[in-house]
Write a new protein. Structure first.
Ligand SMILES: NC(=O)C1=CN([C@@H]2O[C@H](COP(=O)(O)OP(=O)(O)OC[C@H]3O[C@@H](n4cnc5c(N)ncnc54)[C@H](O)[C@@H]3O)[C@@H](O)[C@H]2O)C=CC1
Ligand SMILES: O=C(CO)COP(=O)(O)O
Length: 339
């Protein structure tokens, strides 16, 4: 995709880092970042830093920033969405008239809407009426800070229409960032949503002092329940073995850079929801998506014991110390046929 105007809505950790990827991939293009706060837009536009999220990292000079959403969206050929999942509907409703009708919409978000159980691309379709050929998900093992440092990373660009996926992949290929295409939008989104919840559960176990056997067990069985959900709602099992499934799950569950893993650790150390929330300055999507994921699973007859156990810790109905018992006191099952 030969693009001149790319816009990223959301100047947090990932929005800013992905703007850098786009700017590095398209040195001739202008990448416009929309920031909610005037001072963040001002800092990015004048100092080429976003110190609140990325320290002293200097951003490419073809990134510009504004807190005026209409100005940010003017003439955009590609609109990248990078706000917390639960705020997307409200934001999009405000932006709808300013989003060019022919723009490709790319979602970076890894949350499920509470109350509706909709994935982010479904929210986009409801609010903007975007057709499938213009709707893309980018998801994978993409810890923003590592990509900002230009450490080699791969990701998945998913769109049901191959040509669009190819074009977006082209537009975000940088020396340190390699996208693979996939037509499985549902699988790519579910992989990103559920791994946050599994990372919360792994963090809880780590916070309680458990070791690597426990971690490997929760990761592996977490992937099994993620796959069950993805397949039940129309995603592909193969996607779960790829970057947007296993890849992201491993990166998130292994990394202290992950906000979900970190929040889980704090719960594991016995902190309450209020105490954890007060320590978090960035979004940990799994905390809010967990109940919505369980509702979606229930509607589709899918068993998700790890997410269910994490949810009980999150809502305070079970003390974290009792979580392992919830996972172990279950009927024995065969590992075959992904039960
Ligand atoms: N940080 C990462 O490494 C990655 C994050 N993601 C996903 O990208 C999405 C965005 O994450 P981050 O940029 O990391 O989050 P963040 O917490 O760093 O930044 C969120 C951005 O949204 C803005 N925001 C906060 N509340 C808002 C509201 N009520 N209305 C509008 N804007 C609001 C903030 O000002 C900030 O600019 C999430 O869904 C996350 O799961 C995906 C891959 C990697
Ligand atoms: O999605 C991510 C890595 O791929 C980032 O994970 P956290 O949101 O838990 O930081």
């Amino acid at each position: 995709m030969r693009v001149k105007n790319l816009t990223v809505m959301g100047s947090g950790s990932w929005g800013t880092t992905f703007a850098k990827v786009l700017a590095d991939a398209n040195p001739e293009a202008t990448v416009t970042l929309w920031a909610r706060r005037d001072e963040v837009a001002e800092e990015i536009a004048t100092k080429h830093t976003n110190s609140g999220y990325l320290g002293d990292l200097t951003l490419p000079f073809n990134i510009t920033a504004t807190s005026d959403a209409v100005a940010a969206l003017n003439g955009a050929e590609m609109v990248v969405l990078a706000v917390p999942a639960q705020t997307l509907r409200e934001q999009l409703t405000q932006w709808a008239d300013a989003i060019p009708a022919d723009a490709v919409i790319v979602s970076l978000m890894k949350g499920l809407e509470r109350g509706t159980g909709l994935r982010m691309t479904q929210v986009v379709q409801e609010v903007l009426g975007t057709s499938d050929d213009k709707l893309v998900v980018l998801s994978g093992p993409n810890l923003a800070r590592e990509i900002a440092r230009e450490e080699p990373t791969a990701s998945v660009v998913a769109c049901s229409v191959t040509e669009t996926a190819d074009a977006v992949a082209q537009a975000c290929t940088a020396a340190y960032f390699r996208p693979y295409t996939n037509r499985d939008v549902i699988g790519a989104e579910i992989g990103g949503i559920v791994k946050n919840i599994i990372a919360l559960a792994v963090g809880m176990c780590d916070g309680m002092g458990m070791g690597d056997n426990t971690k490997a067990t929760v990761i592996t069985r977490g992937l099994a329940e993620t796959t069950r959900l993805a397949v039940a709602i129309g995603g592909k099992a193969e996607t779960m073995s790829g970057l947007a499934g296993m890849g992201d799950l491993v990166a998130t569950c292994a990394s202290s850079l992950s906000r979900n893993y970190t929040a889980g650790r704090l719960f594991g150390q016995g902190l309450s929801m209020d105490q954890v929330t007060s320590k978090m300055t960035q979004v940990a999507e799994g905390v809010k998506s967990c109940s919505a994921v369980l509702e979606l699973a229930h509607e589709n007859g899918v068993d998700m014991p790890i997410a269910a156990a994490a949810s009980k810790v999150l809502d305070g109905s079970v003390p974290v110390i009792k979580m392992p018992k919830l996972l172990l006191d279950r009927d024995l099952k065969s590992e075959e046929r992904n039960q």
